[in-house]
Design a protein around this ligand. Structure first.
Ligand code: AVJ
Length: 323
């Protein structure tokens, strides 16, 4: 068991190194945002969710607490498997779980995550807070897990993909992801998917450029992680956090910009990467959506939009799609 974990870590470290090599060799440079989330990054993201500027988590929490009855009514099944992709700390999901239990619905909760650590913490907190919940954690890649699930459960699936996590894909990647997700679902299965909506560009930009500098540290942690895990020698004070928001595309993007001409050596790759002064590394997209974008995406992948659930300010929507 111990060995298996070690082996997995080794493989993913190699993959991390390879993706860093690819991204820093590209023109323009980029790094994949999923590497934000090591233990330090997880803790910084917890802080982000509590910042005054970061409205997303609070807005979606309000959607779920205000609309849980309407959501249950629209889903209309009382016996089903509730599957969550990337559950995190379960803060928002608990609102739904508690409601479904109160309504005596017959369901199992199956959170899927590639992080055993995340799943263990989630399982423990749910066992304490909702001891009557039937739960099975699945440590796997999303589509791997979904294809296995279909083999041993005949019940309809309701899949949760919340937090506007879909926004961390480029539009092309999102299309690819939705295609795979749709293909892994059966007729009548449901998808409750969270989207951060287009709104004042000032408000959106502030969410990724907080006055306290937490998002800056979150972004820079990517370089710190490369230093720590791959033996890099990034000087963190020589890079600047720079987020932008393009209201036409709905794209909030974050960059790290080199303050001067410099070279960075990465031991695990035995390679040095040259930066010109003001050269950028593109680290993250957080796509924002219009209601039309959402309808178009649903229809393109063979879903019917069964309901749109908003917070009072209409900053965020959880959309229920039926295959
Ligand atoms: C977890 C993808 C929803 O894009 O808003 C927060 C991650 N990045 N601040 C987002 C994030 C910088 C977040 N998601």
């Amino acid at each position: 068991m111990k060995n298996e974990t070690l082996e997995e870590n080794k493989v993913s470290l190699q993959q991390f190194a390879e993706e860093v090599r690819k991204g820093l060799s590209a023109h323009p440079k980029y790094l994949p945002s999923r590497y934000f989330y090591d233990a330090v990054g997880d803790a910084l993201f917890q802080q982000i969710m509590n910042m005054p500027e970061y409205y997303l988590t609070r807005s979606e929490f309000h959607v779920l607490s205000g609309q849980k009855e309407a959501i249950a009514r629209a889903w209309a099944h009382s016996s089903f498997d509730l599957i969550e992709l990337g559950a995190g700390d379960g803060y928002k999901t608990k609102v739904l779980l508690r409601h479904f239990l109160d309504k005596q619905m017959d369901f199992r909760y199956l959170p899927i995550d590639i992080s055993a650590n995340v799943l263990q913490i989630l399982e423990q907190s749910l066992q304490e807070e909702l001891p009557e919940l039937r739960m099975l954690t699945i440590e796997d890649e999303y589509f791997q897990a979904l294809s296995h699930l279909s083999n041993y459960s005949e019940r309809p699936k309701l899949i949760l993909f919340m937090g506007s996590n879909i926004g961390n894909f480029t539009p092309e990647e999102a299309t690819d992801f939705m295609g795979q997700l749709s293909a892994s679902m059966r007729q009548g299965d449901g998808l409750l998917i969270g989207f951060d909506l287009k709104k004042s560009p000032h408000q959106i930009l502030a969410a990724y450029n907080d006055a306290g500098g937490i998002t800056r540290n979150f972004n820079l942690n990517l370089l710190k992680r490369i230093n720590r895990e791959l033996g890099g020698d990034f000087a963190l004070d020589q890079f600047e956090h720079f987020p932008i928001y393009d209201p036409e595309l709905g794209a909030a993007k974050s960059y790290l910009v080199s303050k001067q001409e410099q070279e960075v050596y990465i031991e695990a790759l035995d390679e040095a990467f040259a930066f010109e002064r003001a050269e950028s590394i593109y680290t993250e997209i957080s796509q924002k959506f219009s209601l039309q974008d959402i309808k178009t995406m649903a229809e393109r992948h063979g879903f019917e939009v069964k309901g749109q659930f908003f917070d009072e300010q209409r900053w965020f929507v959880d959309s229920l799609w039926i295959k």
